[in-house]
Design a protein around this ligand. Structure first.
Ligand code: ZN
Length: 222
């Protein structure tokens, strides 16, 4: 187990690497502590490399404003993200910021994306009503379990992975078509780059559920 750190612009990540697995884990939202704990627990039992945001807040400081780390994985998403808390920018300064984010994103994704068949697993929590239903219009295949809470679900971008994950008891959706609007989330950047991406999402606080779902994803996609 080794620990280091990498940056995406002003966003810092702790990187924990264990063993030889090509699988990558990422925790992007500092206010989703259950996901952080779930990844740390998972790495006690499985190999992989985890990228853990060094923040307790959802948005992180950026220049003289703040940004949502999961909205800057495309240029159009970044444009919206940097204007959200600072609508007015001096002439020319937005372009400089977006060019810088483009460059830093490229370098960060080179380090984050797995090579040769690994999976990128993002781990999130929700606590404001966000649930599976918001994802259905962007999904091409859906496997729902009515016994499951709609706020606990798995998103994947690879058809073979969907087939393997949908035999389990969890809610699973496949998103293998580009969205009408790219909101700058990591999922679509992974999709564009042909990276197998899985999002494990549970309600905030449901740690044992999230641990079980991570274990299920790991065992199913071997
Ligand atoms: Zn999140």
């Amino acid at each position: 187990m080794s620990s280091s750190s990498v940056n995406f612009s002003s966003i810092e990540f702790e990187v924990i690497a264990k063993g030889e697995s090509n699988n990558r884990f990422i925790w992007l939202h500092g206010d989703e502590q259950t996901a952080n704990l779930a990844i740390r627990h998972h790495l006690k039992h499985y190999d992989g490399t985890a990228f853990l945001v060094k923040s307790n807040a959802r948005e992180v400081p950026y220049r003289d404003t703040k940004i949502d780390p999961n909205r800057i994985f495309s240029r159009s998403g970044s444009f919206k993200a940097i204007k959200k808390f600072k609508p007015e920018w001096a002439p020319g300064t937005i372009k400089v910021a977006l060019d810088e984010l483009d460059q830093n994103r490229k370098e960060f994704l080179t380090k984050l994306f797995p090579d040769s068949g690994g999976v990128l697993i993002a781990v999130h929590n929700n606590f404001r009503g966000y649930n599976l239903k918001s994802e259905l219009e962007n999904s091409t295949k859906v496997s729902l379990n009515p016994k499951e809470n709609p706020r606990d679900f798995i998103i994947c971008t690879d058809l073979d992975d969907f087939e393997k994950l949908s035999v389990g008891t969890y809610n699973v959706v496949l998103q293998d078509r580009p969205p009408k609007k790219d909101n700058g989330s990591l999922s679509w950047a992974a999709f564009r780059n042909g990276i197998r991406y899985v999002n494990v999402e549970t309600r905030l606080g449901w740690l044992s559920k999230q641990k079980k779902m991570l274990e299920f994803v790991e065992e199913s996609l071997q």
